[in-house]
Design a protein around this ligand. Structure first.
Ligand code: PMV
Length: 344
């Protein structure tokens, strides 16, 4: 194989029904199905260069520079790097490529690390697609690339298509929806790194007394949400998202030992949202179209119709002056931006 340079982008995704708990931690088989919204611009951009060489060499060379976008270097903490390297080898092996060549990776995110945006989802999806593209496999079925990516980071398998993606066991599929354009408005409570990583969270939730019955409850919620999407029912969406996000965080709060991602600000934001009826689709004075969810972090995601974004921004600035809000739309999943082949 000659020299190849590829650039890919992979968006993050936000789960409305959460992947939390695994039945197989080696290849990330989830305890229950999950359902997410694929984002658009909150993404990882990865450049991967391959040069022929007889020995295998993998170099992590910092952040990507993308025209018009300020990228934040992906924080490849020492403890994350072995996981990414194992995944790199897994993808080569899957496509039957020998462990040779000089591989240079540059990768960056359009969002801050630890912002409650799943950077492992976008990061692993981007890496999987980039390696596949270098190996000439970018046309492999999305579901195949997703299943491969899942073995590196579970939630990354939902970033290969969109906007609504169901992940069950080893497979992913897109779902029909009657909703119009939705924005994910992220209330940035804190930009700190997580104290409990997701690998540990997946194990610890199993110790919570609330784990009992969770898998059955989630299956029922998936049925409900599938219907809600078809009917574009904001009130039911609002109820379901609140219920599910609170259940995941209660699993954390009641695990042995307990842990929490929430700060005092998270609680204030949730109280404010409750006073707006965001947990049940409205108040006695009328309906509101908003659904609240949280990832494994302190920040709060608001799913709202595109046309309501400025109203919610104003409400937040009035109640929490200076608070930072990130916003993104619905996306269709990871894509190859560029492939250059040439030279020996
Ligand atoms: O893919 P992981 O192992 O980083 O798990 C992430 C799980 C949550 O983000 C907390 C929930 C989800 O379904 O995305």
């Amino acid at each position: 194989m000659s020299r190849v340079h590829v650039r890919v982008r992979a968006p993050s995704n936000i789960a409305l029904i959460k992947y939390m708990g695994k039945v197989n931690a080696q290849i990330n088989i989830p305890a229950n199905p999950s359902l997410s919204l694929t984002l658009q611009n909150l993404c990882t951009i990865t450049d991967l260069e391959f040069e022929p060489a007889s020995n295998f060499e993998l170099l992590w060379e910092g952040a990507t520079e993308a025209e018009g976008t300020t990228l934040r270097p992906m924080s490849l903490r020492e403890r994350d790097r072995p996981k990414m390297e194992r995944h790199f080898r897994r993808v080569l092996e899957y496509f039957g490529h020998p462990f040779d060549g000089r591989w240079k990776v540059r990768t960056g995110n359009t969002f801050p690390a630890g912002a409650g945006i799943a950077s492992s989802a976008s990061g692993f999806a981007a890496l999987t697609l980039a390696i596949s593209a270098v190996l000439g496999k970018k046309a492999a079925p999305r579901s195949e690339l997703a299943a491969l990516s899942r073995q590196g980071s579970g939630s990354s398998c939902r970033s290969f298509e969109g906007p609504w993606v169901l992940w069950n066991d080893q497979s992913t599929s897109s779902l029909e929806s009657g909703f119009g354009p939705i924005r994910d408005l992220v209330v940035l409570v804190e930009e700190s790194e997580k104290t409990v990583g997701s690998t540990e969270a997946h194990q610890r939730v199993l110790t919570s007394p609330l784990w009992n019955g969770r898998v059955d409850r989630v299956h029922l919620r998936v049925e409900r949400l599938t219907r809600i999407l078809q009917e574009a029912d904001w009130q039911q969406l609002s109820r379901l998202c609140w219920e599910e996000a609170m259940e995941m965080h209660e699993l954390f709060h009641t695990a042995v030992p307990p842990f929490s991602y929430w700060s005092a600000r998270t609680r204030e934001v949730l109280e404010f949202l409750k006073s707006e009826g965001a947990h049940q689709g409205g108040t006695s004075s009328g309906p509101v179209r908003i659904a609240v969810t949280l990832d494994a972090g302190p920040n709060v995601h608001l799913l709202i119709p595109e046309e309501d974004e400025s109203v919610w921004r104003e409400k937040f600035q009035a109640r929490f002056p200076g608070i930072q809000l990130l916003s993104d739309g619905m996306g269709r999943g990871a894509e190859v931006l560029r492939i250059e082949r040439g030279g020996a």
